[in-house]
Design a protein around this ligand. Structure first.
Ligand code: SAH
Length: 213
């Protein structure tokens, strides 16, 4: 059966801490997989902020969310013909604010009333692997660490930050190391940090996370 993939483990750590109605952040929308996961997990009473510097990534994310919303609406419409008295059998999505901006600006762009109330911030670093995407547009250690420091300030106590890092990408090794050093240096009074990695696959992506105190 094997151990969970790093992406699935990140989802698990978030789902354990971001209950329905939470405020959450996807710091790297990319193809929208994590944005959709977050919107499903917290449901219509919550709110997702999703950042990306590429319009193409935000477009992919918007399409993924729209397809899911249409599928939910269709399933519920079909169900209501048979069971008119049980609305909302299939959970709806949280509203999502898509931000065409660098995640290093998250403190400025997230509503002040949500500061200190964020339950999860997810990062999936590197470049967008989609066909035809610009692989020179990738996350960079300086802005990534700036964003992670900002995220730490926005998180609620017991909130979680996850980061999937890519040591096998060009430049990804330095970024992975920088994020690793940052998590290792955080005082235990600020956050607990964890590393999830497959040591037989040194070039494979791995997961770093923190839970705020
Ligand atoms: N490496 C992953 C996908 C990562 S996508 C995989 O292989 O599946 C990373 C996304 O981060 C890209 O869409 C890219 O446009 C975005 N990005 C790059 N710099 C950013 C920044 N400063 N703020 C927000 N998003 C950024």
């Amino acid at each position: 059966m094997g151990f969970l993939s790093v992406l699935t483990m990140a989802h698990r750590w978030v789902a354990e801490r971001a209950e329905p109605g939470s405020i959450v952040v996807d710091a790297t929308a990319g193809g929208g997989v994590d944005t959709l996961f977050l919107a499903r997990t917290i449901g219509p009473g919550g709110h997702v902020y999703a950042f990306d510097v590429q319009e193409a990534a935000l477009e992919l994310t918007r399409e993924r969310l729209d397809a899911e919303a249409a599928a939910v609406a269709a399933a519920n419409a079909q169900g209501s013909e048979r069971q008119p008295a049980s609305p909302g059998r299939r959970g709806g999505l949280a509203p999502v604010t898509l931000l065409h901006a660098g995640h290093e600006r998250m403190a400025e762009l997230i509503a002040p009333e949500h500061h200190g109330r964020v339950r999860a911030v997810m990062f999936n670093l590197g470049y967008l692997p989609a066909e035809g995407s610009d692989r020179d547009v990738m996350t960079r250690p300086e802005t990534t660490l700036g964003a992670m420091n900002a995220a730490l300030g926005l998180l609620a106590p017991r909130g979680v930050l996850t980061a999937v890092v890519y040591p096998g990408h060009d430049g990804g090794d330095l970024e992975a190391a920088a994020v690793g050093e940052w998590t290792a240096a955080l005082p235990a009074s600020v956050a607990q940090t964890v590393l999830y990695r497959f040591p037989q696959k040194p070039d494979a992506p791995y997961l770093l996370a923190l839970e705020k105190r």
